[in-house]
Ligand binder design. Sequence first.
Ligand SMILES: Cc1cc2nc3c(=O)[nH]c(=O)nc-3n(C[C@H](O)[C@H](O)[C@H](O)COP(=O)(O)OP(=O)(O)OC[C@H]3O[C@@H](n4cnc5c(N)ncnc54)[C@H](O)[C@@H]3O)c2cc1C
Length: 425
Amino acid sequence: MEQDHETVDRVPSRRVRVYGREFDADTYAVRDFLSRSVVQFDWVPLRDDDQAMTVTGVRLDDARLPIVTFPDGTRLVAPALRDIADRLGWIHAARRSEYDLSIYGAGPAGLSAAVYAASEGLNVVLLERDAVGGQAGSSSLIENYLGFPEGVPGAELAERAREQAIRFGAELLVMREGVRGVFHDNRIHADLADGGHVVARANICATGVAWRRLGLPREDELLGCGVYYGAGTGEADGCVGEQVFVVGGANSAGQAAMNLARSAAHVTMLVRGASLAATMSEYLSSRIAAAPNISVETGTRVTGLLGDTRLAAIEVTDGRDSASERPASRLFICIGGEPDTNWAAETPMVRDRLGYLVTGPDLDDVPGSLTQWAPTRRPFYLETSVPGSFAAGDVRAGSVKRVAAAVGEGAMAVTFVHRHLATSD
Ligand SMILES: Cc1cc2nc3c(=O)[nH]c(=O)nc-3n(C[C@H](O)[C@H](O)[C@H](O)COP(=O)(O)OP(=O)(O)OC[C@H]3O[C@@H](n4cnc5c(N)ncnc54)[C@H](O)[C@@H]3O)c2cc1C
């Protein structure tokens, strides 16, 4: 998808082209967004002033970097991701004043719900605050999803699902974040971060989880400058000959290690637990054990990040609390995620102590959870403590954190949406 394009090319490219500093958070955000959105693009790393001036007309320290050019000759200077999405023709206003169903989050659960809802004749709008695909979109190769014996890159799976949802008539609004929901008149009235407003008779919250951080000093500063959350699918090609580190012991960390080992000289996995067995699928841990250039250090934690403008070293602390400094050009943090459901605090929606949305029979275990529940029926299986408001996928308390489970819950939630709509006006 991404090509390293080093030669100066004065002929406008037929593809999107990104010019920027190699270790730069803004440039990384642009490349990561384009990769996850399955946009074919050329990447032109700028390594010194002469090259930067020749290729772009600005110096390496210029605030106008990164520069993104488009096949029609348009040039965006230091663009926000929304500007890029807009230029690609992805930003639209909502077509309706009211929908049967609004879905928040276009990861596997939201995409699946959109496909089933639209194919079954509901007016459905799918809102995504970032790139389509969610966590799955950042996976280099999903190997355990039914029907793909050779595995499928997560971004490709998401792109297929996006096409399928659109083909059935679902409306997709990207770069739109739901920030507040109010429930009245048997409807959800949602406010969006950009000032928009969406009304629907039912809704599915499929907002998944966001990357958990290490919580170390300098983590924000070094993000995109040697520190990355997730598998860094677009970064593997840049790691040729490097010693890189992956933190985490679950499947996402295992995939990251396998992907990076294709180009890096050596990948070290830093795992807090005593082994990979409890946290990683067997097929993946055996491949890691067999890979000649991957080593696994258990009982270890990253306790420091060092470097001026980019990561140079990490501090690793072992089980006996002994800390050592290790040279590191890149660190990939894959330590799971946490739900971003603070908006629900202003609603009667019940969350567990970690912020996951509680649904269906699980609400019975939470004293007082249904004090504001009006219908005579009990909540449906994936329904929250607000009638007509459902949760599917990773954001739901007790969900299985897998693509197949999210896809299944998205589809299942639509069945309950039909039942809810049949009894409400
Ligand atoms: C690197 C990696 C590799 C993985 N590999 C595998 C694998 O091989 N097999 C497997 O089964 N599982 C795998 N998983 C787990 C799997 O990807 C997740 O379980 C799955 O993506 C969950 O889907 P979801 O739709 O519930 O949530 P997510 O995928 O988290 O999607 C949620 C979406 O909601 C959006 N969103 C959040 N808040 C808002 C808001 N307020 N408004 C609008 N949009 C919002 C987010 O931007 C995101 O796009 C992997 C995960 C990772 C990170």
